[in-house]
Design a protein around this ligand. Structure first.
Ligand code: ATP
Length: 299
């Protein structure tokens, strides 16, 4: 009986892990409690690449049948490139990342990775290729070690510490009396916004995905922390195909291209310099945001 019990127990563990990871992602995207039935097609193949080109081709999407959210959205993120999405609140920026992660399927057009519709790939392999650093990281009620290692549960102890160092959180963790065993989450030590983001960065470094989705925090971190986190984020975007929902001027300027969205449409698309020269919506946004930042306010 014991021989039978151990594997069953292990299966239970795996099941809980998968369930936890899914609900964590769903919470990150703020779409918990929503009924979605995304299933693999019968002949789905695993995505297996270190170099991913992403294309949105005439994508249309509606959460509810009578309210179209995205209209004819087309853009490409070349392998290793960074595209920053900017736009008004409710423009559909986060919806792009939810569709890429396949929490929902597009209702028109298609999204491809390396030329193939993402609906042709197994969901598991697709999601393994995408790392997400959300605005507000959800921590498990567990140790800091677990919260980082969760990025890749089979990582070695040294790799977990290495990821923490890369995210500049190792020294902070070591300064705590219980170090990596410190319990965090709702019932444990409350981490600050910046510390939570660093845990998310460490998780992502450990996962080492070829595709990144970064949702920059709008809430104000102090300037030094913000600058440091920017630098860490910038480092991890190197050589990865990255979609950033951007709120910071520095991120936008450093991106290869900027996508300007308004009410579910791409209204402008180009490099920061080209968009400024075009003297359109982006140039006006930039002038306003720049003035606001000069006064010390957030974008
Ligand atoms: P913000 O900058 O404020 O986060 P956003 O550009 O990321 O905004 P989205 O979150 O993509 O905007 O939302 C686009 C639109 O879709 C909004 O009008 C929103 O109300 C709607 N929406 C988002 N999620 C859902 C949902 N689960 N069900 C129905 N409508 C939704």
């Amino acid at each position: 009986l014991t021989q039978l019990y151990a594997p069953l127990n292990f299966l239970g563990f795996i099941y809980r892990e998968i369930k936890n990871s899914l609900s964590d992602m769903e919470r990150m995207f703020g779409i918990l409690d929503q009924n979605q039935e995304i299933e693999d097609v019968p002949q789905a193949t695993p995505l297996d690449t270190r170099s991913a080109e992403i294309r949105f081709e005439h994508v249309g999407f509606a959460y509810e049948p009578d309210r179209q959210i995205l209209h004819d959205v087309s853009f490409t993120i070349g392998a290793g490139e960074t595209v920053a999405v900017v736009g008004t609140s409710g423009a559909g920026k986060s919806t792009l990342s939810r569709l890429l992660f396949r929490f929902y399927d597009v209702t028109e057009g298609r999204i491809t990775i390396n030329g193939h519709d993402i609906r042709q790939y197994t969901q598991l392999s697709l999601r393994q290729h995408i790392g997400i650093v959300p605005q507000d990281t959800v921590l498990f009620n567990a140790s800091i070690y677990y919260n980082i290692a969760y990025g890749r549960p089979d990582a070695s102890h040294e790799e977990v510490l290495e990821a923490a160092r890369a995210a500049s959180i190792h020294d902070f963790v070591m300064s705590l009396p219980e170090g990596y065993d410190t319990q965090v989450g709702e019932r444990g030590l409350k981490l600050s916004g910046g510390e939570k983001q660093r845990v998310a960065i460490a998780r992502t470094v450990l996962k080492n995905p070829p595709i990144l989705v970064l949702d920059e925090a709008t809430s104000a971190l102090d300037t030094r922390t913000e600058r440091a986190i920017q630098d860490e984020l910038y480092k991890i975007t190197k050589d990865r195909t990255t979609l950033i929902i951007a709120h910071r001027l520095s991120t936008i300027v450093d991106a290869d291209r900027v996508l300007v969205m308004d009410q579910g449409r791409v209204v402008e698309h180009g490099s920061h310099t080209a968009l400024l020269q075009a003297n359109g919506v982006y140039a006006r946004m930039w002038a306003m945001q720049f003035a606001a930042t000069e006064e010390g306010t957030d974008v």
